[in-house]
Write a protein that binds this ligand. Structure first.
Ligand SMILES: Cc1ncc(COP(=O)(O)O)c(C=O)c1O
Length: 486
């Protein structure tokens, strides 16, 4: 094919762009307006059509209409539906449409936002977003951070930073402390940061939060062995139950032993926009670094995480490598070169995805939605825990909690209860109007409910509570336990 200015299929006129975007919007519009009627989940075995097979690279052009038709009509389902209001599983996403509008803009403008000099107006947008977040959590001047692709990458970058600052190149004696309630990305991050698994200590918990007494004891023990305790990874909202570790006390221990405190607030951190969240997350600002996940607590599409560091010079010391072929780095602290404080060079303009929705809705709108999530989880907890046959572990501090079904008056051991609860959850999710997920806490299979989507409102919770009541009733009357030996 001959490419010329008049024949350049990759180039679009404004008219063609409008046409293609409008065509796409027809599909997206239908999707958004029917979200509440769509199932909250489906699995490959539910597929009515055959799942589209894997394909080789297309060599010939296919019209956009046909591609969109294939995508929207044959490839969306089966799938989980994290953007719908009934999605109460794992940590719900949301997918704020205005963030996608921001992505359209940044994708077409395609500025290089990683070095201040080459797009200062845009780099300042991203720097502002970071400063909004450092202000939110109460960090002092001199703090900073950058937007990652998610919480896992933020946890990894925090561990690498702590390692480089406190241990240097010879780090094999470095020990990291966390609890069994930490998200699995913490262990993965530690291993990817170069630590053998044996260097990760699991500190005991009290009410699912870190025991500072046990932490002290483990640190002393490791010091006696000639090891180097250098980091605690605390939780500010665990995935299992939203539990928050005693951050103030842990930070005291870290200061005493010259250790780095990283707090994983991927799920919980943005509740700082609410009064209740601020009270629950007291001490978050004492951490040396904090993971936040805007694609959780700010309802953004997946691919937006954040690492904040109390002293941004630490990020620079850990990440900065210059090269002769790059434009110069800035000397002014105000003018941020993101590639100098993070692992990536070329990357998408994540800042716009946050900046644009905040500009058009304002922070108070986000605060109201987060308050609504706290209210809804309390409503769900009050109702579910009132069933005599439901056992809960702790009251929700944030917007998630775990529970399990327990038949009355019968002695059933945990393995049997685990099996019963697996069936309970299958039945509970069977209407597909919502999806709850599960976890194991101290070897007990627990059902989790997490309210975080901006589309989840009282009617979704009511539907879910009606189903819980129905399934409890069904299980109470069921013959299935009679076969078990009580
Ligand atoms: C507490 C916590 N930390 C970290 C992560 C990992 O975040 P991401 O999935 O954005 O990598 C999650 C994910 O659910 C989480 O809940």
């Amino acid at each position: 094919m001959q490419i010329s200015e008049d024949n350049s299929p990759l180039e679009l006129t404004a008219e063609q762009l409008r046409h293609d975007v409008e065509l796409t919007l027809e599909y997206l519009g239908r999707h958004i307006t029917t979200l509440d009627q769509q199932p909250a989940w489906s699995l490959p075995q539910d597929a009515t059509d055959e799942i589209s097979p894997r394909e080789n690279i297309p060599t010939q052009a296919i019209p956009l209409e046909d591609v969109l038709d294939d995508l929207f009509n044959h490839r969306i389902d089966p799938s989980y539906n994290p953007s719908c209001g009934g999605y109460l599983a794992y940590v719900p996403g949301g997918g704020l449409p205005h963030a996608a509008i921001a992505d359209l803009i940044s994708g077409i403008l395609n500025k290089f936002v990683t070095l201040w000099q080459v797009a200062p107006g845009f780099a300042n947008i991203e720097a502002d977003v970071i400063q909004w977040f450092t202000n939110l959590i109460g960090y002092p001047a001199g703090s900073g951070g950058y937007l990652t692709t998610g919480g896992s990458m933020a946890n990894w970058s925090a561990i690498v930073t702590a390692r480089r600052i406190l241990l240097g190149d010879d780090f094999f004696k470095g020990i990291i402390y966390t609890t069994a309630q930490a998200h699995h990305s913490v262990l993965k991050a530690a291993v990817l940061a170069g630590f053998p698994e044996r260097n990760i200590r699991r500190v005991d918990t009290i009410d699912l939060t870190l025991s500072t007494r046990h932490l002290e004891a483990l640190i002393q023990l490791d010091k006696q062995k000639g090891l180097l305790p250098f980091m605690v990874v605390a939780n500010a909202g665990t995935t299992n139950t939203g539990a928050i570790d005693p951050l103030v006390d842990i930070s005291g221990i870290c200061r005493h032993h010259n250790m780095w405190l990283h707090t994983d607030a991927a799920y919980g951190g943005f509740f700082m926009f609410t009064e209740r969240g601020k009270n629950a997350l007291r001490g978050l600002e004492l951490s040396d670094s904090v993971t936040l996940d805007p694609h959780k607590g700010l309802f953004l599409p997946y691919g937006t995480g954040c690492l904040l560091v109390r002293d941004v010079s630490h990020l620079e010391l850990a990440h900065k490598v210059s090269a002769k072929y790059l434009p110069p780095f800035q000397d002014e602290e105000e003018d941020v070169d993101f590639c100098g404080i993070s692992p990536e060079l070329s990357r998408d303009f994540r800042g716009l995805r946050i900046w644009l929705p905040f500009k058009i809705f304002g922070a108070t709108t986000f605060a109201s939605y987060l308050d609504e999530k706290l209210d809804l989880s309390r409503l769900a907890f009050a109702n579910i825990s009132a069933h005599p046959n439901i056992e809960t572990i702790t009251t929700p501090t944030l917007s998630t909690f775990a529970f399990r079904y327990k038949p009355t008056g019968q002695l059933i051991n945990d393995p049997e209860l685990n099996e019963i609860n697996q069936r309970f959850l299958t039945e509970l999710n069977s209407s597909k109007q919502f999806l709850l997920s599960s976890t194991y806490i101290n070897n007990k299979y627990m059902i989790r409910i997490c309210v975080l989507s901006f589309r989840t409102h009282e009617k979704h919770i009511h539907r879910c509570l009606e189903e819980v009541a129905r399934v409890v009733h069904q299980f109470n009357n069921s013959q299935q336990f009679n076969s078990l030996q009580y």
